[in-house]
Design a protein around this ligand. Sequence first.
Ligand SMILES: Cc1cc2nc3c(=O)[nH]c(=O)nc-3n(C[C@H](O)[C@H](O)[C@H](O)COP(=O)(O)OP(=O)(O)OC[C@H]3O[C@@H](n4cnc5c(N)ncnc54)[C@H](O)[C@@H]3O)c2cc1C
Length: 287
Amino acid sequence: MTATAREVSGAAGDPYLPRVFEVRSIEPQAPQVATFTLAATDSSRDLPFAFQPGQFNMIYLPGLGEVAISISGDPDGREGLKHTIRFIGRVTEALSRLEPGSLLGVRGPYGAPWPLDQAAGRDVLLVAGGLGMAPLRPVVKALLHEPSRYGRLSLVYGGRQPIDLLFAAEFAGWRDQGLQLCPIVDRAGPGWRGEVGVAPALVHQIKLEPANTLVMTCGPEIMMHYTIAEVLAKGVPGQNIFLSLERNMQCAVGLCGHCQLGPEFLCIDGPVFPYPRVARYLGVAHF
Ligand SMILES: Cc1cc2nc3c(=O)[nH]c(=O)nc-3n(C[C@H](O)[C@H](O)[C@H](O)COP(=O)(O)OP(=O)(O)OC[C@H]3O[C@@H](n4cnc5c(N)ncnc54)[C@H](O)[C@@H]3O)c2cc1C
């Protein structure tokens, strides 16, 4: 059984207390996006950071604040703790100025993970848009660690331009391990030989055995909206579709209400939800 968010939240101990981590490396991924590898500085420094694909941490810079950031590393822990961050505002721009050896605070992991247990024995279709690939990379890693546990594995990944596609250096390896990977961009650049258009249009072309397919999607809500419409039209049951939602998140422990959508707190009930549970909230604006 997949653990519920409330079971997983705060698994690392005191949910309010950031632990001090050191930046080990910073790897540029795309314009204004980099992957940070972090290591604990406390007595747990030699232990892998335990998390489930789809969970996030609150990253803290003293004097500036905290931001919710998905964990983008391999859940087997061998890569260290990885976060892929877009430098968009006050805290994330300050993160962009850090260097290896800098310290920051981390609390987590939080949130409901992707339903990997439910995916066992089924075909799995992942659909990512832009930065939405960050919380799906741990899923790709987990699926490819045990391909015999699942059926056909496919990933449709859309970005604005080829240089915006995250983890592109890993694509060939993922394909060699059996992933059907279909990247698509809004605007092709020199040397691009792949598809041009939007991810849901490519989903339309993917051959599925609908009743036995589990779909996980993360990206801009408009992309998820049309992706879900496509897979529903193909006959995938709504309860086999999971999406990760993003809203303004502050406390991450279900207290402040900033990320609340109707009765759901994205931080502890999500961010990953089965589609039927949140269908009516898609398109409700951020605030
Ligand atoms: C569960 C979850 C997982 C996330 N995972 C990642 C991740 O892996 N990598 C990553 O880079 N970001 C991720 N985010 C988004 C990230 O938390 C925000 O971009 C961050 O809080 C921005 O903080 P800031 O102080 O840099 O920007 P601010 O100064 O607070 O905001 C700058 C601008 O960005 C807008 N903004 C702020 N937050 C968001 C948001 N959540 N969505 C859209 N626009 C926003 C603001 O309205 C403002 O216009 C995630 C968010 C959630 C809720």
